[in-house]
Design a protein around this ligand. Structure first.
Ligand code: ZN
Length: 310
């Protein structure tokens, strides 16, 4: 009798143990599965955010590239560009004129800024940097170097996101103030120069560009477009030799050339082309200058000042 009872008890114990093991297994499985789901979801969210950022960036730069290729095809001689402030005709160089050339770098600071500054320094050249808003250590150092080394600093929007700056005047103003404050805080410069992402002739803004132009005028901020493009923002990947050619073939036409170049981490051809551009311009006898108050204003779109200054 006792033996029988013992074996029943033993069986019951074994069964309980088996159930316990199965339960532990199920709980472990569910826990692992839940943790994996959470981790995967987190990874997906991070990926999505980074993709959205890339889409915004590409959208911005695609449109910039489009307006750049517009300017490339519309050379100012047949003046597809509406240059009301200084018209293309007035700006055409005659034999013997000295060419004034303003090299402008958009989209920095980047991993290439230091090298661009070093090259400019090697040649004793001053240029203009239309910067975006970045607050990492390197970018802050680059804003300072640009100013300390005698270059002109201009604004090119904090975010460079078309969806933020071109959907409403309010969005544009917030972005503008943020960048102007950042430049002031890091360099002490009260920046009064602007270049619209995509240029004032961009076709992506949902708001009439004249609203933004009026706002900039009210802030006493001058915006510059460009009349010479290196082509370094087009989808066509020019070699550094071609970039030099692109710049030179247009510069020789004008008295004043504002040259569009880019200071971006992936634009190494621009950095490689820079010594060649400078040397070719110097051979041409051109004066390479930073934008200042005396620079002829090159704009694609502009409005007449409604009020004369007192
Ligand atoms: Zn840009």
């Amino acid at each position: 009798m006792e033996e029988k009872e013992l074996s029943v008890l033993d069986k019951q114990r074994k069964r309980r143990k088996r159930v316990q093991r199965i339960r532990t297994g199920i709980i472990t499985f569910i826990s692992v599965w839940m943790i994996l789901s959470i981790v995967l979801t987190a990874i997906m969210i991070v990926k999505m955010i980074s993709l959205q950022k890339q889409i915004d960036y590409l959208a911005g730069h695609y449109n910039e590239a489009v307006s750049v290729s517009d300017t490339l095809t519309n050379s100012a001689a047949d003046s597809g560009i509406v240059m009301q402030t200084m018209n293309a005709e007035e700006n055409l160089a005659a034999e013997g004129d000295i060419h004034k050339v303003y090299l402008t770098f958009d989209d920095g600071p980047s991993d290439n800024t230091a090298e661009i500054l070093d090259i400019l320094d090697d040649y004793g050249i001053k240029a203009t940097f239309f910067v975006n808003g970045r607050e990492d250590e390197n970018s802050i150092a680059m804003y300072k170097r640009i100013v300390d080394e005698g270059h002109t600093i201009g604004m090119h929007s904090y975010s460079h996101k078309y969806s933020e700056i071109y959907s409403s005047l309010e969005g544009f103003q917030n972005d503008f103030n943020r960048l102007q404050n950042l430049i002031y805080d890091t360099t002490g410069v009260e920046c009064d120069l602007y270049r619209f992402p995509g240029g004032s002739s961009n076709r992506v803004s949902n708001t009439d560009m004249l609203e933004y132009i009026e706002f900039l005028n009210a802030q006493n901020v001058t915006y510059y477009d460009w009349n010479v493009s290196s082509g370094d923002a087009t989808t066509q990947a020019f070699t550094s030799e071609e970039l030099v050619e692109n710049v030179l073939k247009d510069v020789v036409k004008y008295k004043t050339s504002v040259v569009l170049l880019h200071d971006a981490g992936n634009k190494t051809a621009t950095v490689q082309a820079l010594p060649g551009i400078i040397e070719a311009l110097q051979q041409e006898g051109a004066l390479i200058l930073p934008i200042d108050k005396n620079t002829e204003i090159i704009q694609h779109t502009s409005i007449q000042q409604k009020h004369t200054e007192e």
